[in-house]
Design a binder for this molecule. Structure first.
Ligand SMILES: Cc1ncc(COP(=O)(O)O)c(C=O)c1O
Length: 396
């Protein structure tokens, strides 16, 4: 029998969400109508102009060959212009922007390109799993810094972790607006974290996946707006959420040239780039589809209101997020002792409602469940009725 020690795969824990998916399948096989707030997987179609552009491009046979790993120059140029018009940030599209097959792939490969066994990395927790597991897969040492609503405390804890470490961390990975906590930040926060990075010479990686999914007049800043941020930081952006393009796999890493070039190099060995017609359609999205982005954002805002107001009416008072496609709901006191996995199982069994257990996002998540806003208002009202009914059963 060949050696069955697969070290990298074994470093990864079993996927906690798999247990919920299994229960969902069981309930569905019994004919139950499960209302699914589980994955952050946009439910609406990609806007028409983008789909039409894809069809036009795919009908041109010259687009069928290997594409460019770093992304078509016109696509990187569209991203450059996006930063300029949205944030007044100027980037060089050749050396400071690389296209990725979604930001998840980009984050994982940036970690692989830049980290090694002896490196320590600070990552906010709870967080989107690739922020932590990208570090683990790369073989570096993960140090989770918990974030609980208080950004000043978070900054203090980061600096404290740096000062008390025997060896200086190499990198800090952050994500605002945040998945799953929905925590948002303003520019002064980014200034402070860049100051910390510069003071101690530490790279900063920022994931801006929810740049456009913002409500109540809030504008999510780019870390690159901070003067001199490019000296030590890169930012990831994705078309998945802003343009309902999760399956298309288009994202970007922008900013510091050294980091962007390290990612570009490792990717040039691993892939031939996203299929050209998808890149051509992505150019259309970034250049011409701002109105579609506003509509997508309004849809999430309306679902957020329906869910938060509905939960409040039945006695589950959750915080309304300023951004993202999630609601991060503290488990009601009566059920808190169960932890997030058991509480999520009860929600499926007794309310036909699937959510993501907070424990799946790392330390500090177990008192919460995450609702993704991927069901429409009608289904949200149906879910609220199910949860109300479950609460009245007093199953604990
Ligand atoms: C914070 C965050 N980053 C990255 C991603 C993945 O984005 P992509 O589809 O570009 O890989 C997600 C998806 O849910 C996310 O929430």
């Amino acid at each position: 029998m060949p050696d069955q020690q697969f070290k990298n795969a074994e470093k990864l824990p079993p996927y906690i969400f798999a247990q919920i998916n299994e229960l969902k399948q069981i309930a569905r096989s019994k004919g139950e109508d499960v209302i699914d707030f589980g994955m952050g997987n946009p439910d609406q179609p990609t806007p028409n102009p983008i789909v039409e552009k894809l069809i036009e491009a795919v009908n041109n046979p010259s687009t069928h060959r290997y594409s460019q790993s770093a992304g078509l120059p016109k696509l990187r140029n569209a991203m450059k212009n996006w930063y300029s018009r949205k944030y007044s940030v100027e980037l060089d599209s050749d050396s400071e922007i690389v296209t990725c097959m979604g930001s998840k792939e980009g984050i994982a490969h940036l970690a692989l390109a830049t980290l090694s066994n002896n490196d320590d990395v600070l990552v906010q927790s709870p967080t989107y799993p690739i922020h932590s597991y990208g570090v683990v897969i790369a073989g570096a040492n993960l140090h989770s810094i918990s974030l609980n609503n208080d950004l000043d405390k978070f900054l203090f804890d980061i600096e404290d972790a740096i000062k008390s470490a025997s060896k200086k961390p190499k990198m800090i990975i952050i994500n605002f607006p945040s998945n799953p906590t929905t925590q948002s930040a303003d520019l002064s926060f980014f200034k402070k974290i860049i100051d910390i990075g510069k003071k101690y010479d530490i790279w900063i990686i920022h994931d801006l996946a929810y740049a456009d999914i913002v409500f109540d007049g809030y504008k999510a800043p780019s870390i690159l707006e901070v003067e001199g941020a490019k000296d030590i930081a890169v930012e990831f952006f994705t078309l998945s959420k802003s343009y309902n393009m999760p399956g298309w796999r288009v994202g970007f890493c922008c900013g510091n040239q050294k980091l962007v070039q390290a990612l570009t190099k490792i990717k040039s060995y691993m892939d031939y780039g996203t299929f050209t017609p998808i890149q051509v359609a992505a150019i259309k999205a970034i250049n011409d589809c701002d109105e579609n982005v506003s509509e997508i954002c309004s849809m999430y805002e309306s679902r957020r209101d329906e869910l938060c107001n509905g939960l409040k009416r039945i006695g589950w008072d959750v915080q309304k997020p300023l951004a993202t496609m999630f609601v991060w709901a503290k488990i009601p006191d009566n059920y808190l002792h169960l932890g997030s996995l058991e509480f999520s199982k009860l929600l499926i069994e007794h309310a036909n409602v699937a959510v993501s257990p907070g424990a799946g996002f790392g330390e500090g998540g177990d008192s919460y469940v995450r609702f993704s806003l991927i069901e429409n208002e009608h289904r949200i009202r149906q879910a609220i009725r199910g949860i109300k009914n479950f609460f009245s059963m007093e199953v604990r």
